[in-house]
Design a protein around this ligand. Structure first.
Ligand code: SF4
Length: 472
């Protein structure tokens, strides 16, 4: 029996199995993505006084909440109208009305953000009509704001859900754009970002550079709130007043290309100027971010930031020999992949396998262009739409030195006997990583620290006495 298991196990590591694995069409095994409503929940948590509301099954809501609660190690407030079998037959309107009434009465939010789970979408519930009826019936006051997003999970992923919810929130709260009501602020959209520390870094840069701004949405105080001895249901977020002024922004700066395209298009349709740049990971990416702010303010980049950049470049110089020529596999969301691959190329690292389950044609094109731009990107292959079982086959048949991706990658990394650097969502099995920014110049230093020290740790643990050195 044992021999038989070993034979099968060994066969799973062969090229023959890899070919069979890549020939599969109808089955997905462990995709590197979550479903749409999870993204909508993350988005709505970033608005002041906003209560996320799942129109759908209780179990779905539990999944979104537990994923975020475990990743951030924070309570995640969200309610559900708990649709069950009878709602699947007769429609979920009664659940919707009662749920809204209870949520409004019990939790006293300033705003409710409604998004849907699969069940509501499969039966075709019309949440816009339900909301109109709920107001007519007096379940909630007529003027109480409720943002809506359809988030069917049989297509797209969490980043699409994030996008739909953000569009819904601006559509619900934003007052019409009028020339005499324009404000002087830059509205900065972080996109689907699970690092409260990243959001804090964005705000720090904007403050140092003297740019009047609104971060929209902003979950940094909600998902990394201080423990002061009392629980706050609504500890922060983008102020409602600034949401109301969102369509009268001077301009928008979107910091992810693939998690907010619908919002960007919506804003442009309302006459709002929008600029989208890649997530500012790595020195080049951060430079573009800083340049975009400088263009907005019309001011020079302050000395403080120039010195900070210099420290990041110094850290790169100190450590480049540990990354140069190393082979990497990566998986995750398109924006993080573009950012981390850019960073690796800057350091002379060689991406080999890049798996992106929620890839798009635009992302594929951008990634291929990025890889073609560097001598270190020549050996890389992008695997759009593939999952973590495909990734496992790649790792065991074409070995690399390190895997970069979220915590789900630990199984494939163990099978391939390589270290995993945890970046993305979820990370349940390590603490505090969401408190270390991966964007900006400090993010460059943090990435170097994580990657290089892991390589050095491996080297020490695997060294014989002869090569066990104090200096590395
Ligand atoms: S995929 Fe659909 S059924 Fe599954 S958790 Fe997401 S919304 Fe619920």
């Amino acid at each position: 029996m044992e021999t038989c298991t070993k034979v099968t196990k060994d066969w799973l590591n062969t090229m023959e199995y890899r070919e069979k694995n890549f020939a599969r069409e109808k089955l997905v095994i462990n995709p590197a993505k979550a479903c749409q409503p999870l993204g909508a929940l993350l988005c709505s948590l970033g608005i002041e006084g906003c209560l996320p509301f799942v129109h759908g099954s209780q179990g779905c809501a539990a999944y979104f909440r537990s994923t975020l609660a475990r990743h951030f190690r924070e309570p995640v407030a969200a309610v559900s109208d708990s649709m069950t079998e009878d709602s699947a037959v007769f429609g979920g309107q009664n659940n919707f009305h009662e749920g809204l009434k209870n949520a409004y009465t019990v939790y006293k939010p300033q705003l409710i953000a409604v998004f849907t789970s699969c069940m509501a979408e499969v039966i075709g519930d019309d949440i816009k009509a339900y909301l109109g009826n709920a107001k007519k019936q007096g379940s909630i006051p007529n003027d109480f704001p409720v943002a809506l997003a359809n988030t069917p999970s049989f297509k797209g992923s969490h980043i699409m859900g994030y996008d739909s919810m953000l569009k819904g929130l601006i559509d619900c709260l934003g007052e019409p754009r009028e020339e005499d009501k324009l404000n002087d602020r830059l509205y900065v959209v972080p996109g689907f970002d699970t690092y409260p520390s990243n959001l804090r870094e964005y705000k720090r840069y904007l403050k140092i550079m003297g740019a009047p701004f609104t971060l929209i949405p902003d979950h940094s105080e909600v998902l990394d709130s201080p423990n002061l001895g009392t629980y706050e249901l609504f500890p922060g977020g983008t102020p409602i007043q600034e949401m109301k002024e969102s369509l009268n922004a001077k301009s928008y700066l979107c910091l992810q290309s693939y998690s907010t395209p619908a919002t960007g298009k919506y804003l442009e349709g309302k006459g709002v100027p929008v600029e989208t740049i890649p997530m500012p990971i790595g020195v080049g990416g951060t430079d573009r971010f800083i340049e975009a702010i400088a263009k907005f303010t019309g001011q020079d980049v302050p000395e403080e930031i120039t010195r900070e950049r210099g420290r990041a470049v110094d850290a790169m110089t100190d450590a480049h020999q540990y990354i140069h020529g190393k082979r990497f596999a990566l998986f995750g969301d398109p924006d993080i992949l573009i950012g981390v691959v850019s960073f690796l190329l800057e350091m002379g690292g060689e991406p080999v396998h890049i798996v992106c389950t929620n890839s798009t044609p635009a992302f594929k094109k951008a990634m291929e262009k990025l890889l073609a731009s560097s001598p270190y990107g020549q050996g890389a292959t992008l695997y759009p739409g593939k999952d973590l079982w495909h990734l496992r086959s790649l790792l065991v048949t074409e070995p690399v030195d390190m895997l970069i991706g979220d915590g789900h990658g630990k199984y494939a990394a163990r099978d391939a006997d390589i270290p995993l650097i945890r970046i993305g969502l979820p990370i349940y099995d390590r603490v505090n990583l969401h408190r270390y920014p991966i964007i900006g110049y400090n993010g460059v230093i943090n990435l170097i620290t994580m990657i290089v020290n892991t390589f050095l740790e491996e080297k020490d643990r695997n060294s014989t006495d002869t090569y066990f050195e104090l200096m590395r």
